[in-house]
Design a protein around this ligand. Structure first.
Ligand code: HPA
Ligand code: ZN
Length: 335
């Protein structure tokens, strides 16, 4: 039974809406790029990197995530990183992806927009033509830095706005509420960009309200802690607000204690518009299908719920209505 459900999840066309490209840096590639760029990593081998991925909270992970991305230095590095992720998408029937990137994690190391945008976009274009994978880019602001740094980042992105669909907000959530980024989100809206924000991963339901009311977001990334507030749940349901949920991330960052306690089924039962995503697949134990498999093994996810989650992924994307419909038709033909 579970193997049939896993086969179904693997075969369905899927959209991934919550993936940090820097979080797809596999230990083997980290090691390879460190050698190529003469960076000294504090690990003797690939195995010891993997062993270090033991996190008690978001910040534990972020410390290693920023350290890891220091090996990304050239256009070729960003191409290799992005292409490797897109090949995984192809293997797993992820046919559309909306990818986060963290400019400030690179510009603060003197790696400029032309370097990471050049490498990432080259891989996205190749995937569109050779693999038939469509994609969009979401530029995230690091919330542990101040709003002025985010505004400067938005200015620096100006020549690349035709390649950027949306802005996002990520990094250390607690103590860095969405209200601190109202001006930069308003400016992004004025430039015609969509808006998303990580909220309610570790932060309280208030941060989800702020993302909705003050940042005017089109999606909430994670959103798990919304479940603590009944009024908020009603509002999210009424607005069909997408929640980009990341099960293996939630487990590895102790947002849930055990995968069997993951609230994805409860979310669907409440009428929330949740979908499944991998977040930082190289750090959290897998890509899209591994996340479905973990839910199937631990939560009793059903055939209908798997369909609903994949449909929600496309419905919640920034694709046009006709593009969405084409994907939904393919999914419905598999029922
Ligand atoms: N939360 C916040 N910031 C992040 C994450 C996350 O899960 N992954 C990469 N940056
Ligand atoms: Zn994330």
């Amino acid at each position: 039974m579970t193997s049939e459900l896993k086969q179904l999840a693997a075969q369905l066309p899927k959209a991934e809406l919550h993936i940090h490209i820097e979080g797809s840096l596999e230990p083997a590639m980290m090691f390879e790029l460190a050698a190529r760029n003469d960076v000294t990593l504090p690990y003797p081998d690939v195995e010891s990197i993997t062993k270090a991925y033991n996190f008690n909270c978001l910040q534990d992970f972020l410390d290693l995530y920023y350290q890891g991305m220091s090996v990304l230095q050239t256009k070729q590095d960003f191409f290799d990183l992005t292409w490797a992720y897109l090949l995984r998408c192809h293997q797993q029937n992820v046919v559309h992806c909306e990818i986060f990137f963290d400019p400030q994690g690179h510009t603060e190391r003197d790696v400029g927009f032309e370097v990471f945008m050049g490498g990432i976009c080259k891989a996205l274009d190749k995937a569109e033509s050779e693999l038939g994978i469509s994609s969009k880019l979401i530029m995230c602001f690091l919330r542990h830095l101040d709003e002025q740094s985010a505004l400067d980042t938005l200015d620096a992105a100006n020549p690349y706005l035709d390649r950027i669909a949306a802005v996002g907000l990520d990094s250390s959530e607690r103590g860095h509420p969405p209200r601190l980024f109202q001006n930069v989100f308003a400016r992004a809206a004025g430039l015609g960009l969509k808006r998303v924000a990580h909220a309610g991963e570790e932060g309280p339901p208030d941060y989800v309200y702020e993302a909705l009311d003050l940042l005017q977001v089109d999606r909430i990334d994670h959103g798990n802690r919304s479940l603590e507030d009944e009024e908020l749940v009603k509002r999210l349901v009424a607005a069909k607000m997408p929640l980009t949920v990341c099960p293996q991330s939630n487990l590895r960052l102790a947002v849930v204690g055990d995968m069997s306690d993951h609230p994805i089924r409860e979310m669907l039962a409440l009428g929330l518009n949740a979908c499944v995503n991998s977040d930082d697949p190289a750090y959290f134990g897998g890509y899209m299908n591994e996340n479905y498999n973990a839910l199937i093994d631990a939560t009793g996810l059903t055939h209908d719920e798997i369909f609903q989650l994949t449909i929600n992924g496309f419905e919640s994307s920034f694709l046009s209505p006709s593009e969405k419909q084409a994907h939904l038709d393919r999914i419905n033909a598999m029922r």
